[in-house]
Design a protein around this ligand. Sequence first.
Ligand SMILES: NC(=O)c1ccc[n+]([C@@H]2O[C@H](COP(=O)([O-])OP(=O)(O)OC[C@H]3O[C@@H](n4cnc5c(N)ncnc54)[C@H](O)[C@@H]3O)[C@@H](O)[C@H]2O)c1
Length: 444
Amino acid sequence: MAETTARPIAPAKGKLGVVCVGLGAVASTFIAGVELARQGKARPIGSLTQLATIRLGKRTENRTPFIKDFVPLAGLDDLVFGAWDPIPDDCYESCLKCGVFDKHEHVEPIKAYLQTVKPMPAVFDQYYVKRLQGTNVKPGKSKRDWAEALRKDLRDFKAKNGCDRLVVVWCASTEIFIQPGPTHRTLESFEEAMNANDVSIAPSMLYAWAALQEGIPFANGAPNLTVDLPVMERLARDKRVAIGGKDFKTGQTMLKTVLSPMFKARMLGVAGWYSTNILGNRDGEVLDDPESFKTKEESKLGVLEYILQPKMYPELYGNLYHKVRINYYPPRGDNKEGWDNIDIFGWCGYPMQIKVDFLCRDSILAAPLVLDLALFFDLAQRAGMSGVQEWLSFYFKSPQVAPGLYPEHDLFIQHTKLKNTLRFLMGEEQITHLGLEYYEYGKE
Ligand SMILES: NC(=O)c1ccc[n+]([C@@H]2O[C@H](COP(=O)([O-])OP(=O)(O)OC[C@H]3O[C@@H](n4cnc5c(N)ncnc54)[C@H](O)[C@@H]3O)[C@@H](O)[C@H]2O)c1
């Protein structure tokens, strides 16, 4: 057996504050779900940190602990929640308005707790999210002042709640499409632009800057440009903080990153992939604005290109027509319907079709991802893994990677990467699935 040593990891002692930017459908469903699980009223289904096991060693060793017993993670009882939102609703009001959980079964029984989670005034500018208006916003007009106020919020939250550590997760609306430019290159250019209220500095970047300056990990659940900037990558390394994103991989894109590796593994061609969605929650309304949709579209379109590698297989994927649509349709609320029509072709070029109709619940799929990301980012931080957390690509539509690398989108490669990273952290052998040692010819 190869020699392996565990990495030093600081213990998960004390309270972990999870501060969400945004207290809408995803964040309120996450917070309420954790509280329901803590009280034994519901199960945290969809969360690897709570339910998954991990195989260690050979298949004959029968060692498969739960991940939460294998790596030192914060426990659910140690979590404290905070949020910022321009809409002043507390978590109880937000749960009722978003309509994800059943009011009587899952919201009323934990009303008193949910009412204690109130949003702090947000840094919000309607220029970046056109379809939203809010009153719970920080006063003033200077980006520098807002960013400094966010730093103070984090310090105050930590002290008031007696937290040992914090993580910040962006669960707020998708901002308009912004391309990285000169102001995002260095800390000097970024701070100069922030001082000058430059339009290239979006609110999400101010939250990220504030968290990193405070030494707090930041995970980005939306597709906006936030921590995937040279300045943030540098700042994260200098301050020794974990960062990562972006855009929670929950519904249609998750299916895409499962189906497309299958086509490629079997060398089946794909002529076209048409994806459309109807969605009626506030996220759907925000994405109805073309500028926010453009940000989402970029994030959703990328995956097929990377998985199918049309340049390497022009005959199979060179002419693939890929289209993604999101249509705001209020009657469905948070219950999104995602349709995919996939035109594939096989032996001698014969065409076939696959239709997928996923009647999903957006926030029910996203909430466990927020939990896992908060716990794993905290683990990474305690294990001294600063900078981009590529091993958590599993959770993102557009995984952030080191400069010069292409992202891994295949869900099962991402899953293996995640589990092997946990084995690496704990000094266990990597699992390669070679398995020759079980056969005579492998022993020769
Ligand atoms: N649910 C999913 O499956 C899923 C998947 C991938 C990504 N996302 C992304 O997650 C985000 C949250 O989704 P949701 O369904 O909860 O949306 P939502 O509209 O219900 O909630 C977003 C909240 O963010 C707040 N907000 C906007 N700008 C803010 C700012 N500058 N500071 C603080 N708060 C701000 C809004 O007021 C709103 O309450 C969206 O960007 C969405 O695209 C969701």
